[in-house]
Design a protein around this ligand. Structure first.
Ligand SMILES: Cc1cc2nc3c(=O)[nH]c(=O)nc-3n(C[C@H](O)[C@H](O)[C@H](O)COP(=O)(O)OP(=O)(O)OC[C@H]3O[C@@H](n4cnc5c(N)ncnc54)[C@H](O)[C@@H]3O)c2cc1C
Length: 540
């Protein structure tokens, strides 16, 4: 049988992978294969903004990585859900549009400066890419664009409880911020979302759909990559299994780009012989490149809920089930609006409770339901309530992704270490204390029946720390497990142009690549990485 050959192969059709593949196809010269391990993204639940809350705790569109027991969390093992569908995180996420702040990218640039082979990661450079991808429905200015493929919109529906939250936080002295992606992050306000008119603007929908009939693009679904094929120091293809479990191989005349997400990309590199020599030896894998940084430096945003019960039927409790769901659907069909246009979170804030003059340390999400992780759901009554989650935006804790075995079907061992660093715990406790005060401010306070968690009876540091250990969860942003770095940086897996050091023709362009996590949600940054990787490949 003739061997299947393409110009470029992209492994993992997620936020970054869809953008990278689309941009390479749009160039008009390259035959591109996109291998996606998950399912098709054609499903109404994926389209509609609140669909995430129907999927998050059990769906074929998700893959659940259960962490190794966390000793600093009294042995808890919590889940990190990741996408298992074309579009990746952008097909299942809460669609909050955030990019982080200029200092995030300027710090990456400083880390790589003098050693960046012309790759400029400073804020003005990445902002160009963000603006080029964006089609904003409110802003068109130095921070935002209107000509891009990804729709960014104001919330389609705002619940009154979200408005109460925004007003209560203003009563604490925080400014109303009309644009968290604008001049400053600080303050409280309403997020913008990656959707338009009730339709999710995933990377698959925005970037791949327009190329559906383009003969230069081949998309394989339920095509699970097992390893990168490397010959004489060059990536030449990918070994993968099709939906029937049959082994397949595809070859690249040009480049192989790995974008399988921050928990799977390091696993694929290690299975391919690229990783920490000792660890690969331990699993009997032939070493091709000793890369100690592969699977190290895992960063994620830790999130801890504050939950209060309302004194009446406020918020979204029950709105996604039974007759209420039908009514909401009908409302949308007849009047074209209503709750179905809400992603389930509308308002948020960025604050620094320890030093209000410095950059924010905490991001908050206001979720008008009782919202906790699967492993803690039984600890809180599911009824009418408001959850305010506090997230440490620049965590210092670091974790690892390691191989469980050399079997490609085995899930990796994920040790995220959320809140392991004492500074992260101190920030989190300060954030909890700050937002607990919001529940005592009007107009929110008038509608609160009781605080469910943390216990209002003891808000000492010790009690809040205990609450954080019990309820901390992922904000779904694993990152930095195969990161860029300068020459001589022992954890630098990639150079500044996203190329895997020591192997020709191999690139990593997903959230694994970032030198440090951005302050805020990570979907737009992942898409920016995919886009820039395509630029680098076309330049090379
Ligand atoms: C539940 C949830 C809510 C979130 N909410 C937000 C939000 O509101 N706003 C925001 O900005 N960010 C949010 N995020 C985070 C954001 O979506 C991710 O950071 C982003 O999608 C990561 O992009 P990526 O390209 O690095 O990886 P992914 O998008 O995860 O892409 C990886 C892709 O690789 C595929 N894959 C995995 N293994 C293999 C294999 N062996 N072979 C082939 N393919 C494989 C996966 O199926 C997936 O499609 C959320 C994430 C989740 C999971």
């Amino acid at each position: 049988m003739a061997r299947e050959e393409f110009d470029h192969i992209v492994v993992g059709g997620g936020s970054a992978g869809c953008v990278a593949a689309a941009r390479l196809v749009e160039e008009g010269r390259y035959q591109v294969l996109l291998l996606e391990g998950g399912h098709s993204n054609r499903h109404p639940l994926l389209d509609m903004p609140p669909g995430i809350f129907k999927m998050i705790n059990g769906s074929k569109f998700m893959q659940y990585h259960t962490t190794v027991p966390q000793p600093h969390l009294a042995g808890r093992a919590h889940d990190i859900p990741q996408a298992n569908v074309l579009g990746g995180g952008s097909s299942v996420n809460a669609q909050v549009y955030m990019r982080g702040r200029p200092s995030d990218y300027d710090a990456w640039d400083a880390m790589l400066r003098g050693n960046n082979d012309g790759a400029d990661w400073s804020w003005p450079a990445v902002l160009k890419t963000f603006r080029a991808m964006e089609n904003n429905n409110r802003f068109n200015d130095a921070h935002h664009g209107v000509g891009g493929k990804m729709s960014v919109s104001d919330p389609g529906h705002i619940d009154q409880t979200s408005r109460w939250f925004v007003q209560a936080v203003q009563a604490l002295g925080e400014p109303f911020n009309p644009d968290f992606n604008g001049r400053s992050q600080r303050g409280v306000g309403f997020y913008q979302f990656m959707n338009r008119n009730g339709r999710r603007s995933s990377a698959a929908y925005a970037f791949l759909s327009p190329l559906e009939n383009n003969p230069l693009l081949t998309v394989r679904l339920q095509a699970r990559a097992e390893r990168i094929l490397i010959e004489n120091g060059r990536a030449v293809g990918v070994a993968w299994r099709d939906r029937h479990g049959r082994p397949q191989r595809s070859y690249a005349r040009g480049e192989v780009v790995v974008t399988a997400g921050a928990l799977v990309t390091p696993k694929l590199l290690m299975l391919s012989g690229i990783g920490p020599a000792d660890h690969l030896r331990q699993h009997g894998i032939d070493l091709i490149a000793d890369a100690p940084g592969v699977g190290q430096n895992l960063i994620d945003h830790p999130e801890v809920p504050i939950i209060a019960n309302f004194d009446g039927p406020y918020g979204y409790f029950g709105q996604g089930n039974g007759w209420r769901m039908l009514l909401n659907g009908l409302h949308f069909k007849i009047f074209g609006g209503g709750r179905i246009l809400s992603a389930g979170v509308e308002a948020g804030a960025f604050v620094n409770p320890q030093d209000p003059t410095a950059e924010p340390t905490i991001q908050a999400f206001c979720v008008p339901i009782v919202y906790v992780d699967r492993d803690t759901a039984s600890l809180v009554e599911n009824t009418y309530g408001l959850t305010v989650t506090t997230v440490v935006v620049k965590p210092k804790s670091r974790g690892t992704v390691r191989l469980r075995s050399a079997d490609p079907t085995a899930m990796p061992l994920v040790d995220p270490g959320l809140l392991k660093h004492p500074d992260d715990m101190a920030s989190m406790v300060a954030g909890q204390r700050f937002f607990l005060r919001a529940f005592r401010e009007e107009p929110l306070a008038a509608h609160i029946a009781k605080l469910a968690i943390p216990s209002p009876l003891d808000t000492s540091d010790e009690a809040l720390e205990e609450h954080c250990r019990r309820f901390v969860k992922t904000n779904y942003h694993p990152a930095s497990t195969a990161r860029m770095g300068a020459d001589g940086d022992p954890l630098a897996v990639l150079d500044a142009r996203l190329r895997v050091r020591g192997i020709d023709g191999l690139w990593v362009a997903d959230m694994s690549a970032v030198p440090d996590i951005n302050a805020g949600n990570t979907n737009a940054p992942a898409m920016m990485l995919g886009s820039r990787c395509a630029d680098f490949i076309m330049d090379s």
